[in-house]
Design a protein around this ligand. Structure first.
Ligand code: RIB
Ligand code: CA
Length: 306
């Protein structure tokens, strides 16, 4: 069966690193391009991290750097979670700088999408600034996009604000452009990310899974998305799980909008599961996850990496 062509938009980021690994070594996905955006840490660091990962994995996927900051507000990063460099804890090889395109992320995405014989799936696992700029500058790309499968948002509470998830809260206007795009959107938010946990016994198994397992274990010791002892949250891998093992999720089609003006709720995803707003559905929202199935899938996926 032909592999599904994807573009990953990312801000590595420890959980991004594992999601990228799973995608690169999956026999179902063809990663055509990796684009980077400021988010967990600065654009320079996330881009460097993407190039280090490709060097480590020995994969020659082109990388294009994108937005250095959100559309409206200054960047407030998550270096408290991922460390100053964004991937603390492991001594990676030098970044494979020859993979870095001169094109910026938006132009690279447009080229790859318009050249693709098969409609492309966009997989944003970061603030959605690049995607919003792409749709604003080149709306014609929508004609060759199959789906947007994103990690972001929450039908419940937040992890950046009281009610707002980091990727959406970092750039709410960008997220609104994506949810309003008219394209099929799948949302893997905190409702599943919080239960996509890697427990200590899983980390010990992962540690024995070759190069990637050893690297992951080292990063997990530094990762502050959850705790090594009670469970590390593999947020971004939920987007890959939606593509590769959707049956682990409970999925509800509903209307989602982004709060832009709330004094205390800006960046909140308003997930209208009960239809109060009487708007047509614009997203498939993952509202629950089978945690055991996730762990089994995650371990199996990491075992397929080098
Ligand atoms: O809220 C979790 C998201 O924020 C993940 O993508 C993580 O990498 C951070 O970017
Ligand atoms: Ca991320």
């Amino acid at each position: 069966m032909a592999k599904r062509p994807v573009i990953i938009d990312t801000d590595p980021g420890i959980d991004d690193a594992l999601a990228i690994a799973i995608a690169l070594f999956s026999d179902e996905l063809d990663v055509k391009l990796i684009t980077t955006t400021a988010g967990n840490v600065s654009l320079e660091n996330v881009t460097n991290n993407a190039l280090k990962l490709l060097s480590f994995f020995g994969k020659d996927v082109p990388v294009a750097a994108g937005a250095p900051r959100p559309l409206i507000e200054p960047l407030v990063d998550a270096s408290n979670v991922h460390g100053v460099t964004g991937m603390e804890g492991f001594d990676f090889p030098e970044p494979k700088t020859e993979l870095l395109l001169k094109e910026n992320a938006v132009n690279a995405m447009r080229r790859v999408i318009m050249e693709s014989e098969e409609p492309i799936t966009l997989v944003p696992i970061a603030p959605m600034t690049n995607i919003a700029l792409l749709f604003s500058m080149y709306p014609e790309v929508k004609g060759n996009i199959k789906e947007i499968v994103l990690m972001g948002g929450s039908a419940s509470r937040g992890n950046k604000g009281v009610m707002s998830e980091f990727n959406v809260a970092t750039d709410p206007e960008a997220a609104k452009i994506v949810f309003d795009s008219g394209l099929p959107v799948a949302m893997a938010g905190l409702d599943v990310g919080w239960n996509a946990l890697v427990y200590p016994q899983d980390s010990e198994k992962i540690r024995e899974m070759g190069k990637t397992g050893d690297m992951a274990y080292c990063l997990f010791k530094k990762y502050r998305g959850g705790s090594f002892g009670t469970g590390l949250k593999m947020y971004d891998s939920c987007a890959m799980a939606y593509l590769l093992c959707p049956e682990m999720f409970t999925i509800e089609e509903t209307f989602v909008d982004i709060e832009l003006r709330g004094e205390m709720t800006r960046g909140c995803t308003v997930v209208d599961l009960k239809g109060y707003l009487k708007k047509a559905p614009n997203a498939k929202v993952c509202t629950a996850i089978d945690g055991d199935k996730f762990r089994e899938w995650f371990l199996d996926s990491v075992s397929k990496c080098i």
